[in-house]
Design a protein around this ligand. Sequence first.
Ligand code: 5AD
Ligand code: SF4
Length: 477
Amino acid sequence: MKEVDRIHFGSPLEESRQGEVLDMQAPEEHIKEERRKLYIESYGCQMNFSDSEIVASILMDQGFETIGDYKEADVVFVNTCSIRENAEQRVRNRLKEFEAAKQRKPGMIIGVLGCMAERLKARFLEEEKLVDLVVGPDAYRDLPNLIQQVDDGSRAVNVLLSREETYADISPVRLNSNGVSAFISIMRGCDNMCSFCVVPFTRGRERSRDPESIVKEAQDLYNAGYREVTLLGQNVDSYKFKCNEGTRTVNFAQLLEKVALVHPDLRVRFSTSHPKDITNEVLYAIAKYENICKYIHLPVQSGNSRVLELMNRTYDREWYLERVDAIRRIIPDCGISTDIITGFCSETVEEHEDTLSIMDHVKYDFAYMFAYSERPGTLAAKRYEDDVPEEEKKRRLTEVVNKQREHSLYRLENFVGKVHKVLIEGFSKRSDEDYCGRNDQNTMMVFPVDERFKVGQYVNVLAETCTSATLIGRIVD
Ligand code: 5AD
Ligand code: SF4
């Protein structure tokens, strides 16, 4: 799953559902009940950001309001990521700042949520003395109760993983939203056991969410003015839900169609696809509906079949390339992005060159690239030696990054001179005189504001030039 920058959640667009409360003891005065203030900061993949919206929803039902300044908060949550060691280190550094704030504001509750909570469990309370709460990704419904335990003077932990929990009935509170695009979580957990990956241990077994609740969430978002949804799962292609007491199964291709049919003006994106599971049926569904974006995030991890086998990816180089050929055949112009790990256990220089050559073959639009980071408890940590020296991992990473830079530019240059349908997502970061939004292939475009068109509308934009990551153009409607 794509990793996004740390972001804090505050100032939700939705008003809190809790109204003003009259104090019966003081009839002359209308005293507004103080709502407890919640600050949530999220790290890691989009699923964590989506989970924070569920957490906010659960606590707003308890009378909390969300705020954007942790120093003012009664409860500070950090929704954590364990995918690489440096992700955990960033969280620990940030916790130091929260702990300093707590010393200035006694009574502040600090909670660690998500993957690090699940990985470290009660040990977290030993290691970080000022943390009050440790809550795993399947235990968020228990938060009101756990906060009560902290209010009563104990520290609280719930890291139980579930085989059923999908939070299907909880309407996420859209936080830090542009009011145009939103995430919808369609499944949780992962059963794949890639040998480098900690996710199966921190997020538990894979389970899919009821399609009716997904379609309803998409419809509600459309009705509220949203125009793009991203369906989220660790491996969306293995989505499977048994309906009608098990007599009928909905797979990912069918789910995509159902969501696409909510409204032709609702764009549908999804992440992450797994090369072993992405079927032609899914590709045909993408090709069939104009509003399903022509963009697939298809992590390759390595271009070498021996390394892929050690990674337990369950496909080889040929299989991956066949899937890419199928994408190109069934969905011409489809954007493809990927994830790559350099310096996995025992990877040789020649094997690393296979990764460079698969990149040359596919010419990805975009890539997330990482040096291998051994995670405790994973299959690789147990079975294989982390024997590629750190400098060599970094050197290979630099080669991969440089190659990707060339390919991204190649793709961008191919877009120049063409007209793209863009959903206006907001104003550009640099200037209020420019709008920004993405084309079908997920490439960011920046173009001058035209008063006839508002945020949330579609426009045709001619790409006139590009920087290293953005197309620059003008509306030609
Ligand atoms: N080291 C480096 N990168 C990793 N990823 C997952 N686990 C590790 C690890 N131990 C990368 C993979 C995955 C992405 C989300 O993070 O490329 O697709
Ligand atoms: Fe991790 Fe592999 Fe599952 Fe992705 S598919 S979350 S890399 S185990």
